[in-house]
Design a binder for this molecule. Structure first.
Ligand code: ADP
Ligand code: MG
Length: 439
């Protein structure tokens, strides 16, 4: 067993790495000669990519994280593992703060990981400590978690993250590890630029999942969309709905959740609605029944799915369009976690597109009015939405579009999308839709 594996077992109790990418990232960080960029979905184990090297290196790893609540979770978790980790933040009792600072000032500090918000890093009170650590060569790594917060194109933009570029230039020679979940290409580029990553080694879990079959059906061309949905659900569930997996149908409004659930149930597949308009009890019942496999299909608004990790989701349908290609990838990605063949389908409708487009622009206008000015990044939800629309209206491989949006190479789809299976059908559908719209 290698030293890294021994340390993985000793400090974290894990027998092996989660993925080859996690192992490679840990080893690259340990080498310490390059900046490292980690792009992996939520839950993939990104933290370990800097925590394990931090324990094996001499010196202290400074970890930037956007929220005190996130920091406290992480620090508690590490303390429970007996890892010397602390955080300095505005909520810290002053006695504890003094104790941490005293340790950092000592000749050989005990602390291995110091968690801190970007505000705190930039605050004058922390500067003497930072300068002293730096001057004594005690900083092993700078880890920037949730690095997408640096991007004005992202949804969690935090202006304080922009100060990290300056921090970077103060910490000459300290390798930087930036971590974020799978992010659009332009967000990745923002991160590299803002954090001044110098030709970083990138470790990413590929976006392409070959067990997911993508297709788009123009809803307005169907004689009866519910019957069409039923046939799709039946096939995806494998005929016998009683025991063979389950599905999710996403709708934008409460009314359509009710309507679709009602229609599916009436046509023969039990389905329950899930949305914010339901009484808490009913909503929880929908979820637990679905989780337990008592009801095969849940028809939900996008509030459903956060933290839901069910392995045997055989299909994810979008009855209405998602608001961005990134959200669509995330939502549809709840299918097929067990690696078995699963289907992701959008029932596309230009009417629906126009409605959502209107709502998105209205929301932007509302924000601008409140703020009293316009900003370049206000356009970002529109660009995100346009990518979603283009995905539906394109003649081309759906998997390729998704992969390239996230900056990955074009994958080998091998018939895992409607276009690669039969481009003629996709073209014919587009032609019929165009004919319908000009009538
Ligand atoms: P991310 O930041 O990518 O969302 P985390 O770092 O929070 O993910 O890790 C998610 C979970 O995976 C944690 O509970 C963590 O302990 C666990 N984990 C990380 N690495 C491994 C591993 N090699 N083996 C088993 N579990 C792991
Ligand atoms: Mg994380």
């Amino acid at each position: 067993m290698s030293a890294v594996h021994r340390a993985l077992k000793k400090h974290f109790g894990f027998d092996k790495f989660r993925s080859q990418q996690q192992e490679d990232a840990v080893k690259a960080v340990l080498k310490g000669d390059r900046d490292v960029f980690v792009l992996m979905p939520t839950g993939a184990g990104k933290s370990l990519c800097y925590q394990l090297p931090a324990l094996l290196a001499s010196g202290i790893t400074l970890v930037i994280s956007p929220l005190i609540a996130l920091i406290q979770d992480q620090v508690e978790h590490l303390k429970a593992l007996n890892v010397p980790a602390r955080s300095i933040n505005s909520k810290l009792p002053s006695a504890e703060r003094r104790q941490i600072l005293a340790d950092l000032e000592s000749e050989s500090p005990r602390l291995k990981l110091l968690y801190i918000t970007p505000e705190m890093v930039a605050s004058p009170s922390f500067q003497p400590c930072l300068s002293s650590l730096c001057a004594r060569g005690l900083l092993a790594y700078l880890a920037v978690d949730e690095a997408h917060c640096v991007s004005q194109w992202g949804h969690d933009f935090r202006p304080d993250y922009l100060k990290l570029g300056y921090l970077r230039s103060r910490l000459q020679g300290v390798p930087c590890v930036a971590l974020t979940a799978t992010a659009p290409k332009r967000v990745q580029e923002d991160i590299e630029r803002s954090l001044k990553l110098r030709s970083p080694l990138v470790f990413a879990i590929p976006v392409f999942r070959k067990n997911l079959k993508y297709d788009v059906i123009f809803r307005d061309l169907l004689p009866d969309p519910y019957v069409h949905l039923l046939a799709f659900a039946k096939e995806a569930l494998g005929g016998n709905t009683a025991e063979k997996g389950c599905g999710i149908v996403y709708c934008r409004t409460r009314e359509s959740c009710e309507e679709v659930a009602h229609k599916l149930t009436k046509l023969g597949i039990p389905a329950k609605p899930y949305h914010a308009g339901l009484k808490v009890g009913d909503r929880n019942e929908s979820q637990t029944d679905w989780m337990a496999g008592k009801v095969p299909v849940i028809v939900a608004t996008i509030s459903f799915g956060m933290g839901v990790d069910k392995a045997n989701v055989r299909f994810v349908v979008h009855w209405n369009l998602a608001k961005s290609l990134a959200s669509y990838y995330q939502e549809s990605g709840r299918a097929g976690r067990d690696g078995l063949p699963s289907s992701c389908r959008i029932y596309y409708s230009p009417k629906d597109r126009d409605q959502l487009n209107f709502l998105i622009r209205k929301e932007i206008a509302r924000k601008q009015e409140k703020r009293g000015s316009e900003k370049e990044q206000d356009k970002s939800p529109i660009l995100d939405f346009e990518a979603m629309v283009a995905f539906c209206e394109q003649e081309g491989c759906r998997h390729a579009t998704i992969s390239q949006f996230f900056g990955n190479q074009k994958p080998n789809c091998a018939g895992a999308c409607d276009f690669c299976r039969d481009p003629r059908l996709v073209r014919a559908q587009l032609a019929r839709a165009a004919a319908l719209s000009t009538r």
